[in-house]
Design a protein around this ligand. Sequence first.
Ligand code: FRU
Length: 321
Amino acid sequence: MKRRDMLGMAAFAALAATVSLASISTAQAQDKKFHIGFSQATTIEPWRAQFNKDIIAEASKHPEVELIITDGEDKTEKQVADVENLIRQEVDALLISPKESAGLTGVVQKAIDAKIPVFVLDRNVDTKDYTQFVGGDNKLIGKAAGEYAVELMGGKGKAAGNVVEIWGGMGTEPAHDRHDGFHEFTDKEPGIKYLLDQQSGDWKQDQAYNIMATALRNNEKIDLVYGHNDPMAYGAYLAAKDVGREKDIKFIGIDGLPNEGVQLVNKGELTATFVYATPGAEGLRQALKFLNGDKVEKTITLPTEKITKDNAAEILKAKGL
Ligand code: FRU
């Protein structure tokens, strides 16, 4: 392409961007009171898709809210750029669910310094200067998973078995808390052995499948898989199924989405999952509360629930699934 054409295109693109920005801000100025930016880490995982649905549903109940959602596409640099953009747009509040702690801390601090109230959702950052954190208690969920794993492997003081643990993203607090909580119970059992050394599937089903396929090749006896989320527990289940060993193994996951984990438990593919509620609706409600001049707590902890064959069908029925 000739340089002149390229310049022409750049000028056209700049003009188009200005026009669309101008029309958005006119619409906003006319009928919306609060412009709330939400920086989502990624949308490819089922839990993230539900999270976005929840925040959009809540926003639709508040006509005074203009919600701007960005998708970090599972890349730290993209999410940093998204937040920079929201800061430039001077949003009234920033909600962020960071891909990882360290890489997003700087830009969160930048928003705080720009006097934008920041609501950190689900995964934390390395500063506590934000307005509020909303999310599940991952340590507690990990403990519940560990307690149940001990029960499944023979009970307190007698538990025995070989465990494959598949970590979520290593740079995230949920993965570390889910690990620590679990081990508070399982490490007390001398009969429990761990087959892997900190292997991360980065929350992804396909990566967990590969980790499990290797673990199956290297170990004749695997008794229990603990995946830090349901997609990874399910990936491990599929790897075991592909070599005909799924019946010998218990699979525990976390997230408990009705149309994912709960159904997998109901079908007997996962043994258990623990609900990790999305902070979409509550996060938006809290931001609005703050913008309307009310005080908000520093931390809001969302509840969890254990789901096994005993209650899965009932939960699905209640959800109309
Ligand atoms: C989705 C997800 C969930 C998990 C959460 C932890 O990106 O991996 O499956 O529970 O993030 O932050």
